[in-house]
Design a protein around this ligand. Structure first.
Ligand code: CAA
Length: 334
């Protein structure tokens, strides 16, 4: 759970490339487990490591790295998803801390987390420039899990609605600076998107590997369906897409490890890997024929699990916006 956390804070002292490989490998077997790990590591642990104070790192990283504490990232709200800067949870300064009130939606690990990175507004008139990020211990009075969502896929990962009622956060748990919360969220999501890209690669790989096994065993018209050229061309395209998605993902992780810009590359990886996972999941069901539509085979689970990768941590539409805005910025700077 502490893959890229330095050893001095109890982590494995590895890097983001290793983290992406771990998420992929977990997600081949279980995409729900993949996202539990990914949200914990990239969305809760990474911001403490990269943007926290030394006191915050020392207090929280050993517990997060060991898995003793699970982390979550509370940004989305019932009326604020893609437009993250419009969130309505408030943070009011009060003595030596802040008081939080509001509701969060679709929070992965929400019911299980001991620590949450929570985003709230200090000034509702300032839009995304009014936000602050907080490290919240979920044992604090005023933290409530309202409900756990019934989802189409990744059903083993809890996604919750949370409510905060006069939730006190000490001043030392402010993460970054006041009014800089939106940038904390964006920087964190850049890395989170590499994790979801890796999860999508894992789902796509699982769809491919199961299909490869099935087409050799299933017979039609006197031969294994793997013998048909139509099947072979489909498998070739599926395998090529998995490789391309993986390389985009690992390139983004590599750039992050090197301290180079990677916002555009992470968005490209997430966009391409998510669409690859969905496409391969659909093709996997098709190759399994009627059996692919039943619970007897995992093909239908990949189909349900793949869909969320095109939605969370920024929809495919948002990834395209991020890529285009980076392209235009680069072109303008030339
Ligand atoms: N890194 C650092 N700073 C960044 C940044 C980045 N990647 N992206 C933007 N910023 C900065 C900008 O430079 C700008 O700074 P200045 O004000 O100093 O100029 C500021 O942030 C505002 O930027 P924008 O004007 O581009 O912001 P916007 O309001 O137009 O929004 C957006 C941009 C890309 C659409 C953003 O709102 C976004 O990413 N939305 C999607 C939110 C999302 O991914 N939600 C996922 C929820 S979490 C989840 O799903 C987790 C889970 O449980 C699995």
């Amino acid at each position: 759970m502490g893959c890229f956390v330095p050893e001095r804070y109890g982590g494995a002292g590895s890097d983001y490339v290793s983290y992406a490989l771990a998420v992929e490998e977990l997600s081949v077997a279980c995409a729900a487990t993949g996202v539990i790990f990914s949200a914990h590591a990239s969305l809760a642990t990474w911001p403490v490591l990269a943007l926290g104070t030394e006191a915050q790192r020392t207090r929280y990283l050993p517990r997060l790295a060991s898995g003793e504490w699970i982390g979550c990232f509370a940004l989305s709200e019932p009326n604020s998803g893609s437009d993250a800067g419009s969130l309505r949870t408030t943070a009011r300064r009060d003595g030596d801390g802040y008081v939080l009130n509001g509701t969060k939606n679709f929070i992965t690990n929400g019911p299980d987390a001991a620590l949450a990175i929570v985003f709230a507004t200090l000034d509702t008139t300032r839009g995304n420039q009014g936000l602050a990020a907080f490290i919240v211990e979920t044992s604090s009075p005023g933290w409530e899990v309202v409900r756990i969502e019934e989802k189409m896929g990744i059903r083993g990962a809890h996604s919750a609605q949370l409510a905060f009622t006069d939730l006190r956060v000490p001043r030392e748990n402010l993460l970054g600076q006041e009014y800089e919360g939106f940038k904390v969220a964006m920087k964190t999501l850049d890395g989170g998107r590499i994790g979801i890209a890796a999860q999508a690669v894992g789902i796509a790989r699982a769809a491919l590997e199961d299909s490869l096994a099935y087409v050799q065993q299933r017979r039609a018209f006197g031969q294994a369906i793997a013998e048909f050229q139509g099947t072979q061309w489909r498998l070739a395209d599926m395998a090529t897409a998995v490789e391309a998605a993986r390389l985009l993902t690992l390139r983004a992780a590599f750039l992050k490890d090197r301290g180079l810009p990677y916002t555009k590359e992470a968005a490209m990886a997430k966009l391409f890997a998510a669409e690859t996972a969905m496409s391969l999941a659909i093709q996997g069901v098709q190759l399994h024929g009627g059996y692919g539509y039943t619970r007897e085979f995992a093909a239908e689970r990949y189909f349900r699990d793949a869909k969320i990768t095109e939605i969370y941590e920024g929809t495919s539409e948002i990834q395209r916006l991020v890529i285009a805005s980076q392209l235009l910025r680069e072109a303008g700077a030339r």
